[in-house]
Ligand binder design. Structure first.
Ligand code: MOS
Length: 696
């Protein structure tokens, strides 16, 4: 296959580090061999709210191999930080169960665990409130919601239009707390070299991690190095630095040795964020043909007392459907729980579960096919802003998905499709995710012998960043993709934005493309196309490019289809088929894109049927803290899953023409499964997850 120049983009190349990963040669953060490293283990708070009154370390320090116990009394002082979750061991206050109240440091991992277990902590306990309810009296109106979106939006007059509508639909939906649980738990290694801080971290953005560490420890950012060479997933939970990075750096300062700190999985829920639960009310006023006049999406969610984090779940209702009269609102309550945080398609994922379930219900009420209902309510421009869409492939995705799935043969009657003791059903839902892009810098270098290197502090969270960036550079340079090597994953490379918000490839790629083009121009103009001895390098920055082009509304879209079977004796649900079709601009590497889409869809299946945490309000704690209790879908749960895409040629995005693909795969997937379940058994599932005890 020729992959030169423009053909490099769109080629289904394998990940360049694939062999290193499957042979175990690839090293993740704490796997680095670090001579003389000590090990740390956290001591979590055992009360939900209060203050530490005493920490007894005598027995802990008497453990064999014990080196130190850090507490709020003796830990190094940090500078002020915006993220109160990073102010670890700075005060005796306890804001949630599981918060770190001490850190044991010892010669070995086992010794560190024993040392931590021997630390005795006394508390002054205060009453706590850890129970989220959609009508919680503490709900308030935040200044804005995540993503910088306005908290409330009202267009037209919802109340009057709803009251005047021939069809009035009103239902509430609930999503539970969800946990990211990447395969590699959060882990860091820290080492001080004089006044320099050198870390290895499992994160989605080490440019940010460097900035945060420099601020916390009062260092020049040039004296901080964060290496994130390979990262075993994050799904948003590694999008910002987490306490283990700061704790490792503090411990290394205290014991004057490198320190490794890998969080046990059981502490991820308390220390690394989660998707907040939501209670969402959707009201739709429509005519008898399902044409929407009035749409209200009202979201209640919760945050912690440490940081205000507001899941923007009503935001997709601002752009999905024609709705001349619209109200979208968010309310939040601060509880004595860990701070919620980013989890794959934050906002869109829970919000579209509610909206797309409601659309399915409306279709049934109006007797309109659910695919057709969505097409009927397709807006000409983004409803809230009035801006034209740069491209909007929803209808194409719905039609292509319906064709591939075999939707047109569907008998819409629910609860009548039997196969022995099984009931069968099919469902559909729409997906959307915004196009985010962030400024980055990148260097493109022509080495001798027609080899090229691009350097940028992108992070490969398992998505194949090195591979796609080489493809993008090859496109810009007009060379084969295998002539380019991408160096990523170190904060001393040119600054790059986080691998989050499905913005990574577009953001990094734009800078890489710009540097590559500039390098090609210089080579051709000044060097007759040849590489001068000693090579030639160009650095590009996209700050100005990214700031332009705000006149278009830019979103990816998709359509999700699912077929389920329900065992009427046991309530067991099997998802027989999932099929997604996405419109996400130009697909830069089909092999890796497919993997992103089906990963998202699988996670949506988990959200529909398996995942969800139960907070015990008496303890202020998640009951499910490891993978034996928090169930994730396995291959056996996903027998048949297909991802396709429609080609989009959108000139209003970036030089590659790409939209993000990391998150849209999960959006709508849970609604498609829940809608299929309704089609199978005949009643509605408005609360996730749907487990055997609630299905029949
Ligand atoms: Mo994604 S939740 O922005 O990593």
């Amino acid at each position: 296959m020729s992959t030169t120049g423009s053909r490099a983009l769109g080629a289904p190349l394998y990940r360049v580090e694939g062999r290193a990963k499957v042979t175990g040669a690839a090293r993740y953060a704490v796997e680095a061999s670090v001579p003389d490293a000590a090990y740390a283990w956290p001591v979590p708070a055992t009360v939900a709210r209060g203050a530490v009154t005493a920490v007894h370390c005598g027995e802990a320090l008497a453990e064999p191999g014990a080196l130190a116990v850090l507490t709020h009394e003796n830990a190094p002082r940090l500078r002020e930080t915006e993220d109160a979750n990073l102010a670890v061991l700075q005060s005796p206050a306890v804001a949630h169960r599981g918060q770190v109240v001490a850190l044991a440091v010892a010669e070995t991992l086992e010794a560190a665990r024993s040392c931590a277990a021997a630390v005795r902590v006394e508390y002054a306990e205060l009453p706590h409130d850890a129970e989220f309810r959609g009508d919680h009296p503490g709900l308030y109106t935040p200044g804005e919601v995540n993503g910088g979106y306005p908290t409330d939006r009202e267009r037209g007059g919802f109340d009057a239009a709803y009251a005047a509508s021939p069809v009035q639909f009103d239902a509430s939906y609930h999503t539970p707390p969800l946990h990211n649980h990447p395969m590699e738990p959060h882990a860091s290694v820290a080492e001080w070299d004089g006044g320099r801080l050198i870390t290895r971290d499992s994160d989605q953005g080490s440019s940010d991690a460097r900035k945060t560490l420099a601020a916390l420890f009062g260092l020049d950012p040039r004296d901080v190095l964060v290496v994130a060479e390979h990262v075993g997933g994050g799904f948003g939970s590694k999008g910002i630095p987490r306490p283990q990075l700061v704790l490792a750096a503090m411990a290394a300062l205290v014991v004057q040795r490198p320190v490794k700190l890998a969080l046990p999985r059981s502490l991820l829920p308390a220390l690394t964020g989660h998707r907040a639960p939501t209670a969402q009310r959707v009201r739709i006023g429509a005519d008898r043909d399902g044409r929407i006049s009035a749409l209200a999406h009202e979201v209640a969610t919760c945050t912690s007392t440490l940081v205000e984090f507001v899941e923007q779940a009503a935001v997709p209702a601002r752009l999905m459907y024609t709705s001349p009269h619209s109200r979208t609102t968010h309310r939040v309550v601060a509880l004595d729980l860990p701070t919620p945080s980013w989890m794959r398609a934050p906002g869109e994922c829970p919000g579209m579960f509610a909206l797309e379930s409601a659309m399915d219900e409306l279709a049934e009420v109006c007797g309109v096919d659910p695919v057709e209902l969505r097409i009927r309510n397709e807006p000409a421009a983004e409803p809230d802003s009035g801006r034209p869409f740069s491209s909007r492939g929803l209808v194409d995705c719905l039609r292509e998905g319906a064709r591939r799935f075999g939707w047109h043969d569907r008998d819409p009657r629910p609860g009548v499709h039997r196969e022995g003791r099984l009931l069968l059903g099919t469902g559909v839902a729409a997906a959307t995710y915004p196009v985010y892009v962030n400024p980055c810098a990148a260097e493109a270098r022509a080495e001798s012998g027609d080899r090229f290197t691009v350097r940028i502090n992108a992070t490969d969270i398992g998505t194949g960043a090195r591979t796609v960036l080489a493809q993008i550079a090859a496109d810009a340079l007009g060379v084969p993709a295998d002539a380019v090597r991408a160096e990523v994953g170190r904060s001393d490379l040119p600054d790059a934005s986080v691998a989050g918000g499905s913005s990574g490839t577009s953001s990094w790629g734009w800078a890489v493309h710009k540097a590559g083009r500039e390098l090609r121009r210089l080579l051709d103009q000044d060097h007759g196309g040849a590489v001068p001895s000693g090579g030639l390098a160009v650095v590009a920055d996209t700050t100005e490019d990214v700031a332009a082009g705000r006149e278009y509304a830019r979103h990816a879209f998709g359509a999700q289809f699912a077929e389920v079977q329900v065992d009427t004796a046991t309530g067991e649900v099997r998802v027989r088929r999932m099929l997604g079709v996405f419109a996400a601009g130009r697909i830069l590497n089909p092999r890796m894109a497919r993997s992103q889409f089906i990963g998202g869809m699988t996670m949506g299946l988990g959200m529909a049927l398996l995942e969800g945490s139960t907070v015990d309000p008496r303890f202020g704690d998640d009951v499910e803290r490891d993978l034996s209790a928090y169930h994730l879908p396995t291959c056996a749960d996903v027998p048949d899953i297909e991802a396709h895409w429609v080609d989009e040629d959108d000139p209003h995005l970036n030089p590659m023409g790409s939209k993000g693909i990391g998150e849209i795969g999960i959006v709508g997937a849970a609604a498609a499964v829940a809608n299929a379940l309704h089609h199978a058994v005949g009643h509605r599932f408005r609360s996730l997850p749907v487990r055997p005890d609630t299905v029949l």
